[in-house]
Design a protein around this ligand. Structure first.
Ligand SMILES: [Fe+2]
Ligand SMILES: [Fe+2]
Length: 372
């Protein structure tokens, strides 16, 4: 007979609190296996991601972990009682333990069809400090035990929706973070909440155009291209106070930002914001965002692609960039030549508007356009 702990949830996304609980369960000597079961949907909250994506995110966290852990293949569509009846039907030899937070335990008997539960399973309650177990709400015949996660990830006011809203990403494990960043999960909703529809459409347009450029000219890192394009203007509509706050968070002097034209603040703070708020570590993405407005000497292909896609984006409809846009995807010119044309047009635009170029733009001009 196997003693199996059942840990169910939506895992939208799986975070460190879930992982800490799973680890505690695997350490229980009387438990042979921990099964992770992913709900197909939630009655209480709207989920951002389909089952298959949430499952894959869970799986990436257990690629090299204990053999005690099993991730259930199918989405849970049943009420918990019905689920356990089904599991028992498949193998009556198994002895199931249902894992619940103390917040859920206190409401257990308000659940649909929960009256039979205590005959079917034993319970493992995970102590949540903010929801002390109210034993008066339990039935006498229930068999239960309590585990204390070491509480380092338990917080009274944390819930997964904060992650979906773009906060507290330090609650995500490295594999989850990487999965989210590589697949651009949650970012569409986050961007929409931080910018006007026009800016959002421009961000999408730059992401698609940048990817098309990378594919057509056989430049590398298509996935980095899309996410850099999508997020390049993430702080564009932030207030000056917000820009300065982000700038100060990277231990830099306010005067260094204030000396620059305001139109480029968002490129610099955008990169810092991605690093601090969303824990991006990939320097090539951060640099592509940082230099998308100004350019610089000796740019990587990714930096050039984002620079070009942002400037020529037809959504912006800039007349001085039309020629460069029309040259894309024609085999007439190499990408580098189109990039130089865009840089030259950008330089002319600054001159005609009597805008002072930044140091990086002057260096880019000297590096790429020296002969002209
Ligand atoms: Fe921008
Ligand atoms: Fe832009």
């Amino acid at each position: 007979m196997n003693k199996i702990a059942l840990f169910t949830g939506c895992f939208d996304p799986i975070h460190k609190q879930h992982l800490a609980i799973i680890e505690s369960l695997t350490k229980l000597s009387h438990i042979d296996q921990v099964w992770i079961l992913i709900n197909s949907y939630s009655e209480e909250k709207s989920l951002s991601l389909p089952f298959s994506v949430r499952k894959e995110m869970v799986v990436t966290n257990f690629l090299q972990k204990s053999e005690k852990i099993k991730i259930y293949d199918w989405p849970v569509t049943f009420y918990t009682t019905d689920l356990i009846k089904e599991l028992k039907k498949k193998d009556s030899q198994n002895d199931f333990y249902l894992v619940l937070g103390t917040d859920q335990a206190n409401n257990l008997y308000q659940w649909e069809r929960s009256e039979d539960l205590s005959e079917l399973v034993k319970f493992i309650f995970v102590n949540r400090n903010d929801y002390p177990l109210d034993q008066s709400k339990l039935k006498k015949e229930m068999q239960w035990e309590m585990i204390d996660d070491d509480n380092k990830y338990i917080s009274s006011n944390f819930n997964s929706s904060q992650i979906r809203e773009g906060n507290n990403w330090n609650w995500l494990s490295q594999p989850t973070l990487q999965y989210i960043q590589q697949n651009c999960l949650y970012f569409y909703d986050i961007l929409e909440s931080k910018m006007s529809d026009k800016r959002f459409q421009h961000s999408l347009s730059v992401a698609k155009l940048a990817t098309k450029i990378a594919r057509f000219y056989r430049l590398k890192n298509l996935s980095k291209t899309f996410i850099s394009g999508l997020l390049h203007d993430i702080t564009k509509e932030f207030t000056n106070e917000e820009h300065i706050k982000i700038w100060l968070s990277s231990n830099q002097k306010t005067t260094d930002l204030k000396r620059q034209p305001q139109s480029i603040w968002h490129a610099w703070t955008g990169a810092i914001y991605l690093k601090h708020q969303f824990l991006f570590e990939n320097q090539s993405i951060l640099d592509a965002v940082y230099f998308h407005s100004t350019g610089r000497a000796n740019m990587t292909d990714l930096e050039k692609i984002i620079f070009v896609a942002d400037k020529v984006d037809p959504f912006k409809n800039k007349s001085n960039m039309k020629q460069a846009y029309q040259m894309l995807f024609t085999h007439e010119k190499k990408f580098d030549d189109i990039f130089k044309l865009v840089l030259a047009e950008f330089w002319k635009e600054l001159e005609s508007l009597k805008k002072i170029p930044t140091k990086s733009t002057i260096e880019a001009k000297n590096y790429y356009l020296a002969e002209s």
